[in-house]
Write a protein that binds this ligand. Structure first.
Ligand code: SER
Length: 340
């Protein structure tokens, strides 16, 4: 008998950490991770096994396929938006080819088990592309079908993978005799910028918000790379994990979409800075705009409409901007840096 597991790719990354923390707290003991690097102790202690390697390594995926029965895949491995602009072809390989390989693994597993494999895919507000600040401001909160004209390689990758997931979920090999419909139970969320109290992101464009608060907590200088008026939606890592768990637990019959927007709060960088100052009056932060990164933020929406997620799977963020600081970021960050 093959062991039944839940597979998490990019397990040593930011959302990987958040997910492992939460699933472990809920008593899940059959997590298996993959990451390019050896995972840290936190992840190691909370997983059954972690494999070091690339999601593009077919041999590694075949080993996993042979060794385990996979109940669900949380496919978190990706190159984020800023990093992807420096190596667009590598980003495409990891973000698109990697996702295709994982979807194919899910399909093979589902066919051999004879029951669906759940597949979670983190998409992003980067799938949107607003042509100008004027249009961004006029457009306001975007619905899932609005302005899908990504301007970054990462956004293109995420948008295409949403379609790939939908294909594997609903239309896979429809000309063949075997019916594969529903075997890959693909579910995706378009995340806003995520702010974790425990980890820092690497290579994203929404990183200025988490970087600002972690620098302030550590007493370090920080140059914020966007203007004070730069505005996109954000949420706490704990709300991001809540969203994943709510969506993954929802009965398939309740889901009217494969990809959902979620939102929590959308401060400008200046408003976020003021909030940081409230808790860290000595925070040493300058605004030194990087025009190229700024232009990516300008192309992302200032807000999203998440009524579908609210309706279909009772989504509601716990943290607004004030609560994000008072109930999550400040207490967790203080205990983190004070213990060091
Ligand atoms: N936070 C991500 C990034 O900045 C967007 O999904 O790349």
């Amino acid at each position: 008998m093959r062991k039944s597991i839940i597979l998490i790719t990019g397990v040593n990354g930011e959302i990987g950490h958040g997910l492992v923390r939460s699933l472990h707290e809920e008593g899940v003991t059959n997590l298996v991770g993959i990451d390019l690097v050896t995972v840290d102790n936190f992840v190691q202690e909370r997983t059954q096994d972690c494999l070091v390697g690339s999601i593009l390594d077919q041999n590694l995926l075949e080993r996993i396929n042979a060794q385990y029965e996979i109940e669900a895949i949380y496919h978190m491995a990706a190159l984020l938006s800023t990093r992807a602009e420096f190596s667009p072809v590598i980003a495409h390989e990891v973000n698109v080819d990697g996702t295709l390989k994982l979807l194919d693994l899910a399909m093979e597993q589902a066919q051999s088990r004879g029951k669906p494999v759940k597949f979670f895919f983190p998409s992003s507000i980067a799938v949107y592309g607003l042509p100008s600040l004027k249009e961004k401001s006029l457009a306001g909160a975007l619905g899932e079908d609005d302005y899908r004209y990504p301007q970054t390689m990462y956004g293109c990758n995420k948008l295409y993978c949403e379609s790939l997931g939908n294909y594997y979920g609903h239309y896979f090999k429809r000309l063949s005799a075997n019916d594969s419909k529903g075997l890959v139970d693909f579910r995706a969320i378009r995340f806003p910028g995520i702010i974790s109290a425990h980890t820092l992101p690497a290579g994203g464009t929404s990183d200025y918000a988490p970087e600002m608060i972690h620098a302030a907590a550590k007493g370090e200088h920080y140059d914020c790379f966007v203007r004070k008026d730069a505005t996109i939606p954000f949420m706490t890592m704990s709300d991001a994990i809540l969203a994943i768990e709510l969506l993954m637990a929802a009965p398939q019959s309740k889901l009217t979409k494969t990809v959902y927007n979620v939102k929590a709060f959308n401060p400008s960088a200046g408003e976020f800075f003021s909030k940081v100052k409230e808790y860290y009056p000595q925070a040493d932060i300058d605004f030194v705009t990087n025009d190229n990164r700024q232009s990516i933020i300008d192309s992302w929406p200032e807000d999203v409409n998440d009524e579908k997620a609210r309706h279909d799977w009772n989504w509601a963020a716990i943290h607004d901007l004030n609560k994000a600081f008072s109930d999550y970021l400040i207490p967790e960050i203080r205990s983190r840096y004070e213990h060091k």
